[in-house]
Design a protein around this ligand. Structure first.
Ligand code: ZN
Length: 503
């Protein structure tokens, strides 16, 4: 649906035409098995593939040259779990817990979304992915109340030249209900058989742990259709070990299964996941503030379970995998220190390294979605690549520790160029082939609609959850009486006001 980009190497039908692009003289994080980091190296792309990696490559006439000197070339990042439709209400839930989210979603605005609203949110979220160097995004689309909603979700993704996976879900009905619908199964079959490697398909639903295991019927549909299942597992107060045990005992845990969060599971559940080869999608920004449980990498790496990273939802947090890498590394190290302190010990060498979170954001994601042809810079792989480079920024140099630079120094504004399937979709910090004006208009209409449907009071109270009782400020023997009396308390916490007379 998007107009073809003028600099796209794709033909009129959108397929790669054999045009080529070369990145020159960059620092290349190959993310290959040997984790080679190449200095002053070129990467040549021909059509949709990486065709050469090395120094001073000879390239065909007419090749587009991109100066990567001073920058980092790495695989495009992969987000394995994002509720993209919710981006239409970006940032609205910044102060929520899961409780407010469920009210919003099950009872209020979430259920009001029409197909055009899903379309608007998906389109905006898809653009955001490319802008931030995320070349593949799994759209964990659990707002598909009808097949019309599903068609709209796909249209929103197709309007943007990125790579996506539609994880089909509908939280307004039981998984055993919506997966039984002939029209849903027909839609899933059609998507599966389209054999378009720009759009994959999964099924997305949760397992409550109800001993009668009603979700069994949904797993059977997934098995019959040959589709992977992604499931929120190990979410405090919602899904737990019982769900994992039911899945395992019924033979539904496979290497393709993706367990999202997996933050409140026992060692027994982690062992079942490890033994069946599935992977965990960690959404640290989400887990840290919504309350699913502590971001679990510090535990799951001890079980050697593959990990990928995800952003969950922009109705709350960012869609920024730089932030995911940074917060995941921080959460893991924070826990490692705290666990040691509790035993009176000191951590002198951290276990989790910057390199590992870059791996999770790239190869980890590729593995989770079963795409061997993504996630590394190697000859023969798909040309989903990003260049991180910002000559106008004081943060661009010195470039001493490339993994550390990606994780703790770079940010999405530093993504200079993005290629998806060999096509240049962002260059010199600007998106190409995406119609942001159209997305703005569509999202604007959705916001107007939702705001008027639920009413202004509901809109405002949904965005600003009530504060619990303010914490008592502890008495402090070291403060002067005058300073104590200068402290005034308000409903929103403690602030320092004008000094008041003593007494
Ligand atoms: Zn989620």
């Amino acid at each position: 649906m998007a107009g073809p980009a003028s600099t796209s190497p794709h033909g009129r039908d959108g397929s790669p035409s054999g045009a080529s692009t070369v990145f020159r003289r960059g620092t290349v994080l190959t993310m290959d098995d040997a984790r080679r980091v190449l200095q002053d190296a070129d990467v040549l792309v021909t059509g949709d593939r990486i065709t050469a990696v090395g120094e001073r490559l000879a390239v065909p006439e007419g090749t587009t040259e991109i100066d990567a000197d001073g920058g980092i070339v790495m695989p495009g990042m992969i987000d394995t779990h994002r509720h993209m439709w919710q981006t239409a209400m970006r940032g609205y839930g910044a102060d929520w817990t899961l409780t407010q989210y469920f009210v919003w979603y099950y009872l209020e605005h979430g259920r009001e979304f029409r197909p055009e609203d899903v379309y608007a949110g998906n389109m905006l979220s898809a653009m955001e992915s490319l802008e931030a160097g995320v070349t593949t995004t799994v759209d964990w689309s659990h707002g598909l109340q009808s097949v019309d909603h599903a068609e709209a979700a796909v249209d929103g993704l197709a309007a943007v030249p990125g790579r996506f996976v539609l994880a089909y879900g509908n939280i307004q009905a039981g998984p055993w209900e919506w997966t039984a619908l002939p029209e849903v199964q027909a839609f899933l079959r059609r998507l599966r058989d389209a054999a378009d490697d720009m759009l994959g398909v999964q099924m997305a639903f949760d397992v409550t742990g109800d001993p009668s295991f009603p979700e069994k019927a949904a797993f059977e549909v997934a098995r019959e259709l040959g589709l992977p299942v992604s499931t929120h597992a190990g979410v405090w107060g919602a899904t737990n070990d019982a769900g994992i045990r039911l899945m395992h005992e019924n033979g539904f845990m496979t290497p393709e299964t993706v367990y999202v969060h997996a933050a409140t599971l026992s060692a027994d559940s982690y062992q079942r996941i490890a033994a069946t080869g599935g992977s965990i999608s960690v959404s640290t920004e989400s887990e840290q503030s919504a309350g699913q449980g502590y971001p679990p990498t510090w535990q799951v790496r001890r079980h050697n379970i593959p990990v990928s990273l995800s952003m969950d939802t922009s109705v709350w947090w960012s869609g920024d995998l730089f932030s995911a890498m940074r917060s995941t590394l921080g959460a893991d190290r924070s826990r490692e220190h705290l666990e040691a302190h509790a035993k009176g010990a000191t951590v002198t060498h951290t276990h989790l390294r910057a390199e590992q979170v870059v791996e999770w954001a790239t190869r980890g994601g590729a593995r989770a979605i079963g795409r061997d042809d993504l996630g590394s810079v190697e000859v023969g792989k798909k040309a989903d690549l990003i260049l991180i480079k910002n000559d106008d920024s004081p943060v661009g140099f010195p470039l001493l520790n490339p993994y550390g630079h990606v994780v703790f120094q770079a940010q999405r504004g530093d993504v200079h160029t993005v290629l998806v399937d060999g096509r240049i979709v962002k260059h010199e910090h600007r998106l190409i082939g995406t119609d942001l004006t159209r997305a703005k208009a569509a999202v604007g209409a959705t916001v107007d609609y939702l705001r008027s449907t639920m009413g202004e009071d509901s809109w405002r109270s949904g965005m600003n959850p009530e504060l619990p009782e303010a914490d008592e400020v502890l008495d402090n023997p070291y403060t002067y009486t005058d300073y104590k009396s200068a402290t005034t308390r308000t409903a929103r916490g403690t602030v320092f006001g004008e000094p008041t007379p003593k007494g």
